[in-house]
Design a protein around this ligand. Structure first.
Ligand SMILES: C[C@@](CO)(OP(=O)(O)O)[C@H](O)COP(=O)(O)OP(=O)(O)OC[C@H]1O[C@@H](n2ccc(N)nc2=O)[C@H](O)[C@@H]1O
Ligand SMILES: Nc1ncnc2c1ncn2[C@@H]1O[C@H](COP(=O)(O)OP(=O)(O)O)[C@@H](O)[C@H]1O
Length: 271
């Protein structure tokens, strides 16, 4: 069984509190972003689950999130072992949630492949134990998130008529490092109200609290965002903890002349 695991963007991100467990409370809107990995699961008849990766190289981590997702479900459900084929295309250390998406898609695929009938709320809860971003990808619909990012409320937001270009500078930002350099504060605006404004107003009202510290450390990312506005973006922002910056346009644009900033991702269609 195969699935296209998409990226996400954060529309606004306010970091409001540092918790006793080291995590931060936040307020953000998650939206699916049409850049995709491909995840395929095949029952292998073996006594172990294997992962085969291709595409972008994934930096070493103790366990790939796809394997973590399998092991997590195996703890709770009697499922056979599988081979996981992951074609990695979503840039890493980008703030686009690629690893989290892969993990959530493995949970959803296992649920479907083995007809487990796990309720969505339970899948979201399990996903949240793999990573704060993971829960969103279970339903994968625009959502307002609070808490550590796992408390989700669906919102009515459709960006499909716009053209969103994402540029990923050759800078890898660790999420933990980005959080460590932010001082939590009260949100500067009401995100749910701001997102109801005409889209051309968003730039005056919707902020990402990571930008200040990251822009200071990596001026190229700041300059990229400014350049995207000069190119006519209606709204541009760094996604999550960066380093990718997305820009929303009314119409398709060609930004190939900005390739010195990083890799350019135009929207992809899969279906
Ligand atoms: C910043 C955000 C915004 O959507 O996304 P990315 O930029 O990573 O895509 C998320 O909060 C990232 O979520 P995710 O990448 O799943 O985080 P996790 O793996 O759970 O945690 C990685 C580390 O980030 C920090 N962390 C994460 C989430 C949170 N609400 N508070 C935190 O302080 C912790 O130091 C944690 O050890
Ligand atoms: N399937 C996966 N895809 C990408 N990264 C993964 C995966 N599994 C584990 N990781 C680890 O998670 C880290 C963060 O990955 P990712 O979710 O792509 O970044 P971001 O925090 O920018 O959204 C990577 O540095 C990598 O070590």
């Amino acid at each position: 069984m195969i699935a296209f695991a998409n990226a996400k963007l954060n529309l606004g991100l306010y970091i409001t509190n540092k918790r006793a467990d080291g995590y931060h409370d936040l307020e953000t809107i998650f939206c699916p972003l049409p850049i995709y990995d491909v995840v395929e699961l095949v029952e292998n008849g073996l006594q172990e689950t294997r992962l085969f990766t291709s595409g972008i190289e994934i930096p070493y981590s103790a366990d790939n999130l796809c394997i973590k997702a399998f092991k997590l479900l195996k703890q709770h459900y009697d499922i056979p072992y599988v081979d996981i084929y992951l074609y990695k295309n979503i840039p890493i250390g980008a703030g686009l949630g690629g690893g989290s998406s892969d993990a959530a898609y493995v949970l959803n695929l296992l649920n479907n492949l083995f007809s487990l009938a796990i309720p969505v709320e339970e899948l979201e809860r399990l996903a949240g134990t793999l990573g704060a971003d993971c829960s969103f990808f279970i339903q994968n619909k625009p959502a307002y998130a609070v808490g550590i990012g796992t408390t989700l409320s669906p919102i009515d937001l459709d960006l499909s008529s716009y053209y969103i270009v994402t540029i990923k500078p050759d800078i890898h930002i660790s999420t933990a490092e980005a959080y460590a350099s932010v001082t939590p504060k009260e949100p500067q605006s009401n995100l749910l109200r701001a997102v109801q404004l005409p889209i051309q107003e968003w730039k005056y009202h919707i902020r990402n609290d990571f930008e200040e510290g990251i822009f200071e450390k990596y001026p190229l990312i700041k300059s990229l965002k400014e350049t995207l506005y000069e190119e006519g973006a209606i709204y541009a922002a760094m996604s999550g903890s960066g380093s990718a910056v997305y820009a929303i346009f009314w119409e398709p644009v060609n930004l190939d002349h900005l390739s010195h900033f990083g890799t350019i991702y135009y929207p992809t269609k899969t279906h």
